[in-house]
Design a protein around this ligand. Structure first.
Ligand SMILES: O=C(O)CCC(=O)C(=O)O
Length: 283
């Protein structure tokens, strides 16, 4: 079902999403949605799921907290996923017939946290494959351009399979280990060495703005916070028409394989069931 979006998505924006694999959309969510998500995030930080991790803690006590698939426990997240414009925004950008929800992930940095998210692409870690996968990255506090997530436009169209960062190195948790060394045919490019050559983009953002990006687009670099700035980010991942389940034998992060098996999902299946519910269909 279609609702009236706060801002209409134009055909030029849809083209830009497919050309660049990343698109900034300003003022898509009103303050009620942001308040709801902030409330949900507070509850999430107070009662993290078993999948939560501290990705970074430095000597001065700055921390970066990560959690995922919390929507089934946090009512505010559930309400956002099923009732906010998010599914429709992704459906329109992906030109999809239907949209299923994949998962949520939060990235919470305390004031002054320097930790930068390593550059990576998402799809190689995920338990699905397909072009039609879109993340909405939403800061719940104002974020300066230098602290915001950065992207390499067009990198979603690269054919190489890159070695990706093992986020398990951050946590040491055996459940988080993903070994790309036997599947990759190229080292991941050193984006930070030449941001200009890679055409890296990022934006100053306000709560209510979002970035939509393809699961194959290279991204990273958020963090480096000033001491008076925190960063609270809520992300949701959405699946369009060509996305299919894929169990990866070299590991997955986040690894939902046991939940997927409980639901009877196999490689090649359309992601569905109440684990990956259908949220939107084109009228
Ligand atoms: O916000 C961040 O620092 C990381 C976000 C990210 O990597 C993602 O949403 O895939």
């Amino acid at each position: 079902m279609n609702i009236n979006l706060l801002q209409t998505i134009t055909p030029e924006e849809v083209d830009a999403y497919h050309r660049d694999g990343v698109l900034l959309l300003r003022n898509m969510f009103d303050k009620d949605w942001i308040e709801l998500l902030n409330k949900g995030l507070d509850a999430n930080c107070e009662s993290p799921t078993e999948r939560s991790r501290i990705w970074n803690k430095d000597d001065s006590g700055h921390t970066m907290f990560y959690d995922t698939l919390a929507w089934r426990e946090i009512e505010e997240y559930k309400k956002f996923i099923f009732n906010s414009p998010a599914a429709q925004i992704c459906g329109q950008l992906m030109n999809a017939k239907t949209i299923n929800f994949f998962f949520d992930a939060v990235f919470v940095r305390s004031p002054g946290t320097k930790f930068e998210t390593p550059w990576h692409q998402d799809e190689p870690y995920w338990s699905i494959e397909g072009y039609d996968a879109c993340t909405l990255w939403m800061p719940l506090v104002p974020v300066k351009q230098k602290n915001s997530l950065s992207f390499v436009p067009g990198s979603h169209r690269l054919k190489s399979i890159f070695n990706q960062y093992n986020f398990g190195d951050l946590t040491g948790n055996p459940k988080d280990q993903v070994d790309f060394s036997k599947v990759a045919n190229q080292e991941f490019p050193n984006i930070n060495a030449d941001l200009e050559r890679f055409g890296v983009v990022s934006w100053k953002m306000q709560p209510g703005d979002c970035i939509a990006f393809n699961g194959r687009t290279m991204h990273g670099g958020s963090g480096k916070l000033d001491n008076d700035r925190n960063l609270k980010v809520f992300t949701t991942k959405w699946l369009g028409d060509d996305a299919r389940i894929k169990f990866r034998n070299y590991g997955m992060d986040p690894d939902f394989s046991s939940l997927m098996m409980e639901k009877g999902l196999k490689s090649g299946d359309r992601p569905d069931t109440d684990l990956y519910p259908q949220v939107w269909t084109r009228n």
